[in-house]
Design a protein around this ligand. Structure first.
Ligand code: ATP
Ligand code: MG
Length: 228
């Protein structure tokens, strides 16, 4: 479970990005985070994987309070959470296989088990046949599928995505959604910030709308609610 209790975030330049958010996300939920540009969606997401620390309030990932988490405990937190970005962030000199394997906990892993785990997730994102390709040899949608494979290879409880379809054409965006939905159905909690009105209005999920750093709407099977 993810829980925020009266969370505030002001950046060092004194921009108040999050202004008193309390929210609970249960294990296995799929949540869209929507809202206008500058509303605080990315900040909300960054607080969840401890890229940013709250100025005030508590954020729990199960029993771990991110507001109190020691720096040295961050890597083990990150292993429990997969993160996907709009711009993929693949390592350009590594193959698809290597990009995914790189995210695996290398300690205690023998080559055969690494290979099995990587090929298993490449199967989920339908990219087994591209395992030896380099990122620049792939389409944008394929690159995002590699990024998703990398994010889920450690079987995280939570997958966090900040505009994962933002750089993709509409058809490719739907393919990515199919994969995120599939991963969610396998038990992973998914939290996804998005501006994609069609997707939010078609694949109905919980919608949390943020404006001015506050939750202004939180609906089960909600809609996008803004003009795209
Ligand atoms: N690192 C930072 N330092 C200072 N201010 C920041 C930083 N990151 C974001 N902000 C400010 O915080 C506010 C919220 O930004 P955030 O990126 O969370 O919005 P967003 O909802 O993700 O917007 P978009 O839809 O454009 O991605 C904005 O006013 C932004 O300028
Ligand atoms: Mg953003």
């Amino acid at each position: 479970m993810i829980e925020m209790k009266d969370v505030w975030k002001a950046y060092p330049n004194n921009v108040k990005a999050i202004n008193g958010i309390s929210i609970r996300i249960k294990k296995g939920e799929f949540v869209y985070v929507v809202g206008p540009s500058g509303a605080g969606k990315s900040t909300f997401i960054k607080l969840m994987y401890r890229e940013e620390k709250p100025t005030k309030g508590d954020i729990f990932i199960d029993e771990i309070n991110l507001a109190k988490l020691k720096e040295r405990a961050i890597p083990s937190l990150r292993r429990r959470m997969g993160v996907v970005f709009q711009d993929f962030k693949l390592l350009p000199t590594l193959t698809v296989f290597e990009n995914v394997a790189f995210a695996l906990e290398v300690i205690e892993e023998n080559p055969a088990s690494i290979k099995r785990k990587v090929m298993d997730v490449l199967e989920i994102v339908k990219l087994k046949n591209k395992a030896r390709s380099l990122p620049h040899e792939l389409s944008g949608g394929e690159q995002q599928r590699v990024a998703i494979a990398r994010a889920v290879v450690n079987k995280p409880e939570v997958l966090i995505a900040d505009e994962p379809t933002g750089n993709l054409d509409p058809d490719t965006a739907w393919e990515i959604m199919d994969i995120l939905d599939d991963i969610n159905h396998r038990g992973t909690t998914v939290v996804m910030a998005t501006h994609n009105k069609d997707i939010v209005n078609t694949i109905k999920k919980r919608v949390v709308a943020i404006e001015g750093g506050r939750v202004v709407r939180d609906e089960v099977r909600g809609s996008y609610g803004y003009e795209a």
